[in-house]
Design a protein around this ligand. Structure first.
Ligand code: NI
Length: 249
């Protein structure tokens, strides 16, 4: 019943992926979207998705990578197969680099336009770039998800008004989750997607250990506590949300 809408199984921390993926699938992880951050990891993501029917790929250039490389739209377009369900992970990251804001914005916009041309959703990364992210999403209106949401309740409502989804992961279980519980309290469950960002951001009680999709129930449980419903209901409804976004044409 577990749909992990955001992971990085091509990461070097997953050298055991060919043991781990079949194992967690057997334990109840029914779908995983593994995201690329550049061409190399996007190709690897597609390879994984071809090997495992429960793994799907997202391809894209992560904003952090844009300090060393340029967004190459034709190369990205060349990768598209029926195993690719989204363009991602794309977006803006002013935490790691605020020297190249214009380059980041340009790369983000061009990848959104590609997603729209292909009829695919986007998986958006926004770290300390809420204003510019929201402005670009409002202007170009892609379908998609704002992953690892870290904005205000007001921003979440704006994102939902655009028809997009809010991605929630391990951070919601952290003591310093800031206003995320309040955000969740104030948005409808049918706009929330569950994610790990594995190998990063493992939920409590596994914080700072390697994360994987089998830990999603800890996130669902916390959301259930906030919403006053069961973990099972959270898993079921968020999985329906993910199907609506990624699999309905
Ligand atoms: Ni990620």
């Amino acid at each position: 019943m577990i749909f992990d809408t955001h992971a990085h199984y091509t990461d070097e921390q997953f050298e055991d992926r060919d043991i781990l993926l079949p194992q967690i699938h057997k334990e109840g992880v029914s779908e995983i979207i593994t995201c690329g951050t550049d061409i190399k990891s996007s190709i690897k993501s597609i390879e994984l998705s071809k090997k495992y029917p429960f793994v799907y790929a997202a391809v894209g250039f992560h904003p952090e990578e844009l300090t060393r490389i340029d967004v190459d739209i034709p190369a990205l377009k060349n990768l598209i197969t029926e195993r690719v369900v989204a363009i991602g992970e794309i977006g803006l990251d002013y935490y790691w680099n605020k020297e190249n804001k214009e380059k980041q914005k340009d790369g983000f916009i061009r990848q959104i336009l590609l997603a729209k041309e292909l009829g695919l959703p986007v998986i958006v990364h926004d770290r300390e770039a809420h204003g510019d992210t929201l402005e670009i999403l409002k202007e170009y209106k892609p379908k998609g998800v704002l992953h690892c949401f870290s904005g205000s309740t007001e921003m979440a409502k704006e994102i939902i008004k655009l028809g997009m989804y809010i991605g929630v992961g391990g951070v919601v279980t952290f003591k310093n989750a800031k206003n995320l519980p309040e955000v969740i309290e104030n948005i409808p469950l049918d706009r929330i997607l569950l994610e790990t960002d594995a190998p990063y951001l493992a939920p409590v009680p596994f914080r700072s250990k390697r994360n994987d999709s089998s830990l999603i129930p800890y996130i669902a449980e916390k959301i259930g506590d906030i919403k006053g419903i069961s973990k099972e209901q959270v898993l079921k409804i968020t999985k329906e949300n993910a199907y609506r976004l990624f699999f309905e044409k």
